[in-house]
Ligand binder design. Structure first.
Ligand SMILES: *Cc1c(COP(=O)(O)O)cnc(C)c1O
Length: 375
């Protein structure tokens, strides 16, 4: 039974929530189509098609020996590795870090720490769904700022801040659009936002930026005490199943976040895998090179098919399936029947569009070939 009348005294905003829809699992489609798992191509959840660093796999295997022990709740060695990883950008210590069970956990912890039901958060139209979900979960209001060409409008976001706004969420690049904004635009926003409003910069796909183009936002932490940068091991590091991410912030903010954080939110295998993954930047570079090369394959194919797409800096690309609001879903279904899982975006108010993750060359080729057939 579903009803809009809350039976229990939950926040009224829970009526607005539909649970987050995840990408369809490979084995689920295999069961439905009665097709071997090996014939299915999943380009739906922005996972790393190369898997993860073999060093991470080995570290996790070693961690199995201590399965009966609780994980290190402070994440000491992972924090050491994070500090070392960012040493060129900023002088950090353990006091700047909050570990999360995926960066979604970090986003949720931030919201629960700073936002109550009398407050609001501000973010862009078409922004990552978790900002909406985390805000509604604490009974607060969302202020959604119209996007420009599907991208965040940073000056408008700064202007949209209300007296009760506690947190601004930014994703760079954004999911599901792949759009990005410049370092200068970020700095201008940080200069404009009142310093008692938290700015969360979600950099889940930052590893896919060309390093020669990327200016460190971590280096801004020193100057802007209200900035939180979140990172994940789920995308370029290829550790989505482990659920591990982290936030970098001032020690004051990190101290508050760590009061709310569950003490064992990052398990031992995730900690071991993440440490080894951080130290294997060659694997990350290899993933970036593959992504850049294969992104061109998608762009070229969409160009040949006369399909509009949103230029992306991430490891996925969003393509216009047609003019009708059900076109994205129709193309998604047609591809599914051929064993290809993508992501329709009607839930984001982008019913014409389909999001496709960049896979291995053979997977992308198969996708393009099937797309040409079903289009
Ligand atoms: C995938 C993604 C995340 C990461 O989620 P995890 O919980 O770390 O797996 C965070 N933000 C955005 C914008 C994403 O697309």
């Amino acid at each position: 039974m579903t009803t809009n009348q809350p039976i229990y005294p939950a926040y009224p905003t829970l009526n607005d929530i539909t649970p987050y829809k995840t990408g369809k699992p490979i084995d689920e489609l295999a069961r439905e189509l009665n097709m071997p798992i090996a014939n299915i191509v999943k380009l739906a959840s922005n996972e790393n098609p190369l898997g993860c660093s073999p060093k991470a796999t080995e570290a996790m295997r070693e961690a199995l020996a201590d399965t009966a022990r609780y994980p290190d709740g402070s994440g000491y060695y992972l924090k050491e590795a994070i500090v070392a990883h960012h040493a060129d950008e900023a002088v950090l210590s353990h006091e700047n870090i909050t570990l999360g069970n995926g960066s979604n956990d970090v986003l949720d912890i931030i919201t629960r720490t700073f936002v109550s039901h009398a407050d609001s958060t501000v973010f862009s139209q078409y922004a990552f769904a978790v900002y909406w979900l985390a805000t509604k979960a604490v009974g607060a209001d969302t202020v959604i700022v119209p996007a420009v060409d599907y991208a965040h409008d940073l000056p408008a976001i700064a202007k949209a801040i209300q007296p009760n706004t506690k947190v601004v969420f930014l994703a760079n690049p954004n999911n599901p659009t792949g759009t990005y904004f410049s370092h200068d635009a970020l700095v201008t926003l940080l200069d404009t936002v009142p310093n008692d409003v938290i700015v969360v910069l979600d950099e889940a796909y930052v590893e896919y930026f060309d390093p020669s183009e990327y200016q460190s936002s971590v280096a801004l932490l020193d100057k802007y005490a209200n900035l939180i940068v979140s990172r994940t091991f789920s995308k370029a590091y290829g550790l989505a199943s482990l659920r591990v991410g982290y936030a970098l912030s001032s020690p004051l903010i990190a101290d508050l976040l760590n009061r709310i954080r569950q003490p064992f939110n990052v398990n031992s295998f995730a900690q071991a895998g993440a440490i080894a993954a951080l130290k294997d930047q060659d694997f990350v570079a290899q993933s970036r090179v593959l992504n850049t090369e294969q992104m061109r394959v998608f762009e070229q194919a969409f160009g040949e098919l006369g399909m509009d797409y949103i230029p992306s800096k991430a490891n996925f690309i969003t393509v216009k399936a047609g003019e009708s609001d059900t076109a994205g879903n129709a193309l998604y279904e047609a591809l599914l029947q051929q064993g290809i899982i993508t992501r329709p975006l009607a839930g984001y108010g982008m019913g014409q569009w389909l999001r496709v993750s960049v896979g291995l060359a053979a997977e992308n080729e198969r996708f393009v070939e099937v797309l040409k057939r079903v289009k």
